[in-house]
Ligand binder design. Sequence first.
Ligand SMILES: [Zn+2]
Length: 446
Amino acid sequence: MFYLPPKKRGESSMPDFLQIERGSVELAVGQRYPTKKNLELRLKMLSVALKFDYNVGYSTPTLLTVHCWIEGCSWRARAPTLGSAPEFFIKSYVKDHSCSVTKRSSRSRQAKPDLLGKLYSEFVGCVGPTVLPCHVADALNKRYGIKMDYWKAHHTLRFARQLVAGSSESGYEDLPAYLYMIRRANPVTLIKLDVDEEDRFKFLFIAFAASIHGYPHMRKVVVVDATYLQGKYKGTLLTASTQDGNFNIFPIAFGVVDTENHESWEWFFKQLNRVIPVDEDLAMISDRHKSIKYAIKKVYPLASRGICTYHLHKNIILRFRTRECYGLVKKAASAYRLLEFNQLFAQIQALDPALHKYLVEADVRLWTRVYFPGNRYNFTTSNIAESLNNVLSPFRGSPIVQLLDAARALLTRWFAARRKNASLMKTTLTRGVEKLLESRVEDAKL
Ligand SMILES: [Zn+2]
């Protein structure tokens, strides 16, 4: 788990990931800017960060020159276009001032929240959901000595978030730095990032240390699922989770891939294999996606595979437009005894032969408890994955770093609450199991 390092006296409460070194706002000879406007924005950020102002010498479609507003000062920059392209590049730059700091800072450009938001998001820190306006104010003050009140910090953070959300590419650019921080905070966390030949994002896998430590104590039933991501990049979030002894969702690993296919699922299961070893007692539950079937067979040949009855039920409602048999199918899926199952299945056949045929073709070994070759305990549906997706759904349109950090924060919150809850128990069983036993003890006496 990614815990923040212990706070030292006198240190600010800034989250660690705000302190990522982002490069400098300084200009340098040879730097290229896509347009003149980009360069002008950068100059404004620089003057706000370094507390001075400049005057424009030439400003034409092919040339921009600026110099310090104090007459005779050496600070200046010259940036022409490259041929006829809209791209401007820094041809010459004198970065040192010969004027005095008190003099040059006596005239300063007004730093509005939109400019500060850009400065912050590009050169200072992340904008994840755990970042607060006070963090932004702290970080800008520490880095550039810029002071601001709460409301200005609030607006700055809002602009920074808009900028990051508006450019999902920058979300992926943030990824290596974020993963580095996660790994540095906890080396046990498993991370795998795959890029293509052109260094573009392909697949990501992450299993947080707390999940890796906890999984060996869980029942060997793993629910895998996929959910589409919104936003510019699209992509698909893959999850592997199980249920702990107290019937809580226990996330094991997350993956982000371009799309669900044989290659991406096989890649995900291969990474998952480092957390969940091949085991004949292992059961994998998923929807009926062909690629999941393919990948499980390939990576976990010994595991028994089950399909999620939740999706099966949804398909039944869609295809057969009958609610009548729905209850029967549910009962049949969760029946413990063959006799009980056969009776229910015969009833379904009598009521709706087409549905019966469909269920036979869906393979009873995959969707019924009775015929399932392994042990799926109470995991008759993959609603575990569904609820995990629901919790993360507000972040489905967010840049990838925000999504991952939401998952990390969720795990931290859940596991901390559960540890506290478990420590209050006086018996060796979990609270959920105690309750279950209490409710059954009377029946058992009969
Ligand atoms: Zn100067």
